[in-house]
Design a protein around this ligand. Structure first.
Ligand code: ADP
Length: 747
């Protein structure tokens, strides 16, 4: 028999420091609530390290409700500051005294590399600071010696996405939302006047926002710190490219400049410099927009809310499981998985890029950013061209049929645009098939030219048309005939489940129809995120943002009364949108088909809801996936809650419906679509050379793009419920449950 040694209860404090970033509130909420549920004591420290130095009411015991109603807010509700006092030992001594007096032994610091460096310094100095406090009589010896060493966990709050150890930092995704909203808006006015705009975005050492902003908006040119133009007269190249774009029919020209952009000699390139160059050399009316602090502001995106929630939760788990005073860890997220790495190693790696840029070693800086950054840059360089590279003499040209299938998913047009340009640039042709497999059967093709997809990066819907038709047995003959008559050498299907079924069918019928012996690939595009072989599908992030925005409004409508909302979201039998939507909006309960719904569940949830209202809650929210249960429908749940809520609360139902499939694609979906397009075109071109070409579906799995043979479909899919057997996001359900309502130990 083993005896468990009980860990002493911890006292955790959370603070936000340095520049504010949307999503910080979600992290603070998750830290406080997880700590309470784990029976730890928890404090918030207001105004960052400055508050820690000041002490008093800046260090405040936190309870469940203190962090209620902040999830959807931008900025940081507990304040942030820059603190010069904390940079001095005297300041840190004072901070240590305040922490010991409050009994705080563990810190979750949400900030940039400066804040995290400061926090680690405090941890390293801790024993000497406490020693000094005791020997000088500021703390009594017993208190000082009883106090455990300080433990630190860092979460990166920085809109620049400039930190090692995590794919994205808190606030980056929201900043990209602000950038795409602004650039989309500017593009429409620019197109009206055939005007050129220079847009400056944040990023002193890191071109992430500029690069991704350019990919997401279809900008015409981009200038970033890590990759300066490789010639001195870069203005001439830029102007020539913009001019060619105009001549090719592009009505809007947009140049995105990172604030830290520079030339190859290290001289800054300002937005004003770019404006002057364009004005003088093209004789055009050029306007500058500096986005500035708009990029920091506003409501956090769905991704920032749920990522910050998940890593905030993980930060507390880390503190509770690690020995006191150990090496500080940075909690981040890579490919939807929580990661932990030594904090100072991440800080050092991060600072190395800035040093390389400053030293003019741009190749080094770019390499340090990682392979994905470089490949994004390469892709961007192709798709911003005004014309494809000329076809090489004697080159074998592949005709790729590009088709949609399934429900509309925001990002489909972005995928088409990128596929067309990447294929054309390599000398191949794209035949757009209209209206899904119906169009294939009817031979409704059109060859897509470079400029035919101009402006599609940001456009919602599906210009080529889509539907859920899976070709019937007798229609296969027509498809085979069109493949032969049009000389189709490959098929790229961008869409959902029906498209996967169709490609599976074509693959299975190769014996009967040799025309199907060509490479085929499915690119996952479905808001439901219910496709095999990919952790994420194009469109689901946009849908999630639509849900989050709708629920924000619904919640605001209920300020005056005790009200509970039952919100129904799409997803069929896949609970992704419901669970992630619930996590990102702070729903008390999420009902999904995977978990099932029983009467006992409903009774228990109803009682918990009623108890919440009795305790003073004014707003309740439950999210139900559309096919969570065929009989316990949304109207049924509405009726049940309404009847049982009595005088305590009233109930409203909201079925969000098709607004989830509409709208412009989110930046995340645009970037994902572009990345997939690159991989799909490469795959098809490569396989076309093979004597036994594969038919596959593509996806992201643990951060890497991977393809799976279409024959594997029945093994990977729960065919009856039309969802993958393995759903990584199910692991988030306990976190959603834990943060939604105080349990017996919470509050
Ligand atoms: P960010 O965290 O966004 O990088 P700053 O670099 O301004 O922002 O850091 C925020 C605060 O963290 C500073 O005002 C200071 O109080 C503290 N800090 C930063 N660097 C250090 C350091 N090297 N030593 C001690 N404290 C630091």
């Amino acid at each position: 028999m083993t005896t468990e040694i009980e860990q002493p209860a911890r006292t955790i404090a959370v603070l936000t420091s340095g520049g504010d970033a949307p999503g910080m509130n979600a992290a603070v909420r998750a830290v406080v609530r997880t700590a309470l549920e784990r029976s730890a004591r928890v404090f918030t420290i207001r105004e960052g390290f400055e508050g820690m130095v000041e002490g008093g009411d800046r260090i405040q015991a936190a309870n469940w409700d203190l962090v209620g109603g902040i999830l959807h807010m931008g900025g940081t509700a507990i304040g942030t500051a820059r603190s010069d006092r904390f940079r001095t030992r005297e300041g840190r001594l004072q901070a240590a005294e305040n922490l010991v007096r409050a009994g705080i032994d563990s810190l979750v610091v949400v900030g940039g590399d400066g804040s995290l460096t400061g926090a680690d310094m405090l941890r390293r100095e801790w024993s000497s600071l406490v020693e000094e406090l005791a020997s000088s009589g500021r703390l009594d010896e017993a208190t000082a010696h009883r106090h455990p060493p300080l433990s630190i966990v860092g979460l990166v709050g920085s809109i620049d996405n400039d930190m090692f150890g995590t794919d994205t930092t808190i606030g980056t995704d929201t900043a990209l939302h602000r950038i795409t909203e602004a650039v989309d808006a500017i593009a429409s006015t620019a197109a009206s006047h055939q005007r050129t705009f220079v847009v400056e975005v944040m990023g002193r050492h890191c071109g992430y926002l500029a690069l991704m902003g350019a990919i997401a908006t279809g900008a015409s040119w981009v200038l970033i710190p890590e990759s300066p133009p490789d010639v001195d007269d870069w203005e001439a190249t830029m102007c020539a490219r913009l001019k060619a774009g105009r001549e090719g029919g592009r009505r809007d020209s947009i140049v995105i400049v990172a604030e830290g952009a520079r030339d190859r000699h290290g001289q800054p390139i300002t937005a004003e410099h770019v404006r002057k160059a364009l004005h003088e050399r093209l004789g055009e009316d050029v306007r500058v927009t500096i986005l500035g602090h708009v990029q920091r502001g506003g409501a956090p995106s769905a991704f920032d809310r749920y990522m910050s929630t998940v890593i905030g939760h993980a930060a507390v788990e880390e503190l509770l499981s690690a020995p006191p005073g150990g090496e500080a860890q940075l909690i981040g997220m890579k490919d939807n998985r929580v990661t932990r790495q030594p904090l100072m190693e991440c800080v050092e790696q991060t600072q190395k890029v800035a040093a390389l840029v400053n030293a003019g070693d741009f190749a080094g800086a770019l390499a340090q950013r990682g392979a994905r950054f470089e490949s994004n840059l390469r892709t961007l360089r192709t798709i911003v061209r005004a014309l494809p590279h000329p076809v090489k003499p004697g080159q074998k040209r592949l005709n790729i049929a590009l088709i949609h299938s399934g429900g509309p998913a925001p990002g489909m047009n972005t995928a088409v645009r990128a596929s067309v340009r990447l294929a054309l640039d390599q000398g191949h042709r794209i035949l757009g098939v209209r209206n899904g497999f119906r169009g294939f059967v009817d031979g409704d093709f059109r060859e897509m030219a470079w400029m035919s997809v101009n402006g599609w990066a940001s456009r919602g819907g599906a210009e080529l048309g889509t539907n859920r038709r899976v070709p019937g047995d007798r229609e296969l003959y027509s498809i085979a005939r069109h493949i032969e008559s049009e000389g189709v050498g490959a098929i790229l299907m961008v869409g959902g489940w029906s498209g996967y079924q169709a490609i599976h069918k074509l693959r299975a019928e190769r014996e009967r129809f040799p025309a199907f012996d060509i490479p085929m690939i499915c690119m996952p595009a479905s808001i439901n995120n219910n496709l095999p072989g990919s952790e994420i599908s194009i469109g689901s992030d946009s849908a999630l943002n639509s849900i989050v925005q709708a629920v924000d409004k619904i919640k605001q409508s209920a300020v005056a009364s005790n009200r509970c909302f039952v919100v129904e979201v799409m997803g069929r039998r896949c609970g992704y949108l419901a669970l992630l939507g619930g996590l990102a909006t702070g729903a008390e309960r999420v009902y999904i088909h995977e978990e099932g719904v029983t009467l006992a569940d409903l009774q228990r949830d109803l009682e918990a809801m009623a108890e919440g209202f009795r305790q003073g809650k004014r707003l309740g929210l439950v999210v139900r996936a559309e096919e969570a249960n065929p009989l316990y429908t949304t109207p049924f749940m509405y009726a049940l809650f309404e009847q049982e809520g009595g005088d305590l609360f009233d109930v409203r139902q909201a079925i969000l419906g098709h607004l989830q499939q509409g709208g412009d694609p989110s930046p995340f979906d645009r970037i994902l679509a572009t990345r997939f397009a690159d991989e799909c075109v490469r795959f098809l071109v490569r396989e076309a050379e093979s004597s036994a070409p594969d038919a596959v579906f593509i996806g992201v799995q643990e951060g890497k793009v991977a393809v799976t043979a279409i024959e594997d479909l029945p093994r990977q899919m729960d065919m009856k419920n039309e969802r993958p057997r393995d759903q990584w996001w199910r692991a988030l359900a306990p976190i959603a449950r834990l943060l939604a309502q105080p349990g017996p130990s919470g509050g």
